[in-house]
Every structure is written in structure tokens, then in C-alpha cells.
Design a protein around this ligand. Structure first.
Ligand code: NAD
Length: 404
């Protein structure tokens, strides 16, 4: 019989992490013995457990360990990490470790070292004394790639439980959750982030424009609550359509009725911007004087409009090279405190894929399944507010006392 001892630390009891770990071991049909357990006695005092796992062979132990690592468990008496050199660009050695979005450390040089650029679905490369998450496509021949998972330690948010402010919001989706409390909490969070000079980024779909949420979001940007804007072609197109023609998708924004010939307004809006060369140029020329994209440009916050196969035009600023768009998104969300995902499944999931799990992530969508989808793809920290996005933004800007 072979065995390994794992250590698990953090909020093991109230988060249900310990039972999750034990269930995982038994579901692999392995035996275990809890060697030691210290339970935190006060609220927010961490616990620590040492668990010995038994198996017939080393492969079963390695497999269970690789599954326990995302739950924050690590091997007792970790050995120094093993790195192998990449034999060619964009190619990792066979046994590479695939990262999670949780805070991670690598045991190397007899100490635990923090990992930089944390994101899911990356490899970890050692550069001098630095350990950096890197997409497979960005690996260069000769890079030292971490292999195996026995010298890795991750910190899932459930184990850390540092922030009590969002405690009311679990990541379960419920349309019955008190909407008022949720809006209040986000308004307070925005105030605090602004006061400390932090960063909030929005991911924005065109529904924000259709539902009349753009003036409220523009006010949040104007007043310095938002430090980055991510979207696609459509949000900008329909915002420009609203400014130039008073419609969104041909629907009159004042009375909600389709306008005669309105179906081509968005094409005319794209054409107008093409005449200037960019949205920015239209603002600088004094032609575009209001609206969401005007405010983004005027406030000088970084933005990226990522292209897609659905796009009309696209607008000159829409980034159609997907690798480049992902890189710009990743740059804009760097060191972000909070991300508000506003009714775009495509861009919300795309952003979630590159966001570390400690970033507060709120997804506002009318469809509860969208938050579930986000969580299923690894963005488990996302909390959902099931609401019409226009009404949500109006309530939020109102709670912050903004004019719009
Ligand atoms: N004219 C164009 O160029 C054009 C038009 C549409 C979409 N697109 C592009 O297609 C891609 C996908 O578009 P998307 O992000 O809009 O689609 P998406 O399907 O990814 O997301 C739309 C989301 O909005 C939610 N939603 C619908 N009504 C809502 C409401 N009232 N309140 C809150 N949430 C609501 C839906 O449940 C859905 O999750 C983007 O890249 C976009 O730019 C381009």
C-alpha cells in the first residue's frame, strides 16, 4: 500500500471544503485517515487538517492529488518543483501543470513562491526567481515549464474568506435575493474602490443601450467609478446609433416604437464614424458630443471592443484579431478590484477566463443560466443579479446620487 499526506488550511468547516476534500477522496475509491485537525475557534480563524491518503499504486495518489490541488490541498513535505524546457514555440512538455484562476504558490528553492499573472488554463514558467502564468501559445522554445502538481499550492476563495463585505452574496443565483441589498452593496463597493484609487472594470453588452441603461452607466464613468470598459462592436454601434438617430436597433429610445427605416440606422452610424476614422476622432472633431462611447473617450479610460462573427461594419476601433483582443482585455483587467459584467454572455465568459478568482465579479443578466455558465467555466467567484440591466444601472447610479 502506498500513501501520501496532504495538508489543507483555511476556512475548512464553514465553507464545506473539508467535506468536499473527503468526498473527493472516497469518490476515487481511496482510503484516508485524518492524522491531525485544528479547528479555528473564532469566526474567520482558519483551520488546518493533515490527511493521509492510501492507494494501491502511486498513479492513483498522483491523480487524486491533482484533483485536490484546486481545493487548496497540498502535499506535506513538498519537494522542489520540477521544470522541463520547452522544445519549441507554443508547445509545453507533456506533463505540464495547468493553472487554475486561484492564487497559487510554487515550491522551489525550498520556499513557497507566489505566481504572477494568475489566470486559468495557463502553464507556469520560471524566469529567474519569478513564476509566471503563460498561455500555451506564448511559450517560447527553451522556456522552463512547471511539470507535475506535487509542488503547487492554491488558495481557493472559499478557504481564504478575507472579505466580509460581499459575504451576503453567495455565488448561487437567485432572483429572490434582496435586490436592494445587492445594489446597496455594489454602490458601497464602488465608493470604497474609488476612494482608495482602485479599479472597477465593466464588461458591457448592447442590451445596456437597448434597455436605456447607457445614461446611468455614462454617469458612473463621468464620476470616476469605472476605470476600464470592455465590450464588442455592438455596444458601441447601438450607442452611436442612439446619439445620431435616437434609436437602438431601429427602436425609438423615447417611445419604444420601431421607427420607419430605423433598421438601417446602425449602418448609417457606422458609416459616420468611418468618415472620421474612429470614435475618438469623431469626439475630437466635436461631432460626437454625448452618449456612452463619448463618455468613455472623454474620461480617457482604457477600452477594448472585441470583434465577433456577428459584427456589422465593424467600427474602425473594433479589434478583429482575437489574440490581440484577448491581450487588450487582459491588460485592462490587470489589478482590478471589481468587474461588473453587464448583459453580455460572450464577453463576460471571455473576461472570466482571464480573471483571477479573488477579483470581485458581479454578473447582471436577465437569464440566471448565464451566471451558472460562468461558474461552470471556472469563474466560480461570480455572483449573479438576475435583473433587467437598464433598471439595475438606473438603480445603481441613483444609489450613488448621480445626475443622468
Ligand atoms: N450590429 C452588430 O454589430 C452586432 C449586434 C449584436 C451583437 N453583436 C456582437 O455579437 C456578440 C455577442 O453579443 P451580445 O454580447 O449582445 O450577446 P450574448 O448573447 O453573448 O449576451 C447577451 C446577454 O444579454 C442578456 N439579456 C438580454 N436582455 C437582457 C436584459 N433586458 N437585461 C439583462 N440582460 C439581458 C441575455 O440573457 C444574454 O446573456 C458581441 O461581440 C456583439 O458585439 C454585434
Amino acid at each position: 500500500m502506498k500513501d501520501i499526506t496532504i495538508i489543507s488550511e483555511g476556512h475548512l468547516m464553514d465553507s464545506g471544503l473539508l467535506s468536499e476534500i473527503l468526498n473527493l477522496i472516497t469518490s476515487e475509491e481511496l482510503d484516508y485517515r485524518i492524522e491531525k485537525i485544528d479547528i479555528g475557534k473564532k469566526a474567520f480563524e482558519p483551520s488546518r487538517a493533515e490527511i493521509k491518503i492510501f492507494a494501491e499504486d502511486t498513479e492513483s495518489l498522483e491523480l487524486v492529488l491533482s484533483k485536490l490541488i484546486p481545493l487548496g490541498a497540498y502535499e506535506k513535505g513538498a519537494v522542489n518543483a520540477h521544470f522541463e524546457l520547452s522544445s519549441r514555440d507554443s508547445h509545453a512538455p507533456e506533463g505540464f501543470y495547468s493553472s487554475t484562476n486561484h492564487r497559487t504558490e510554487v515550491y522551489s528553492g525550498n520556499i513557497w513562491n507566489p505566481v504572477e499573472e494568475q489566470r486559468m488554463d495557463a502553464v507556469i514558467i520560471k524566469k529567474g526567481n519569478r513564476f509566471i502564468c503563460t498561455k500555451i501559445r506564448d511559450i517560447k522554445k527553451g522556456d522552463a515549464v512547471l511539470c507535475g502538481s506535487d509542488s503547487v499550492r492554491v488558495y481557493p476563495p472559499a478557504a481564504e474568506k478575507k472579505d466580509h463585505g460581499f459575504a451576503f452574496m453567495t455565488n448561487e443565483v437567485s432572483s429572490e435575493r434582496s435586490y436592494d441589498v445587492a445594489v446597496d452593496t455594489i454602490a458601497e463597493e464602488l465608493r470604497q474602490i474609488k476612494a482608495k484609487g482602485g479599479k472597477t472594470v465593466v464588461v458591457c453588452g448592447p442590451v445596456v443601450i437597448h434597455t436605456g441603461g447607457a445614461p446611468a452607466l455614462s454617469a458612473l464613468i463621468r464620476e470616476g467609478y469605472i476605470q476600464g470598459f470592455l465590450g464588442g462592436n455592438a455596444v458601441a454601434v447601438h450607442d452611436l446609433e442612439t446619439y445620431y438617430y435616437g434609436t437602438s436597433l431601429g427602436v425609438d429610445m423615447k417611445n419604444g416604437k420601431p421607427t420607419h427605416g430605423g433598421h438601417n440606422h446602425h449602418m448609417r452610424a457606422i458609416n459616420k464614424i468611418n468618415g472620421f476614422g474612429s470614435i475618438k476622432a469623431a469626439v475630437e472633431a466635436g461631432d460626437l458630443k454625448d452618449g456612452l462611447m463619448y463618455q468613455v473617450v472623454k474620461s480617457d479610460i482604457p477600452y477594448c471592443l472585441a470583434g465577433s462573427i456577428r459584427d456589422d461594419g465593424p467600427l474602425p476601433e473594433t479589434v478583429n484579431d482575437m489574440i490581440e483582443a484577448q491581450a487588450q482585455y487582459a491588460q485592462i483587467i490587470k489589478d482590478t478590484d471589481m468587474i461588473l459584467m453587464l448583459s453580455s454572455m460572450l464577453h463576460s465568459i471571455g473576461t472570466g477566463n482571464m480573471t483571477p478568482s479573488w477579483v470581485k465579479t458581479v454578473c447582471i443578466d436577465i437569464n440566471p443560466a448565464v451566471v451558472t455558465k460562468l461558474a461552470d467555466r471556472g469563474t466560480g467567484q461570480a455572483v449573479g443579479i438576475v435583473s433587467d440591466v437598464g433598471l439595475f444601472l438606473i438603480a445603481l447610479a441613483g444609489r450613488l446620487g448621480l445626475d443622468f
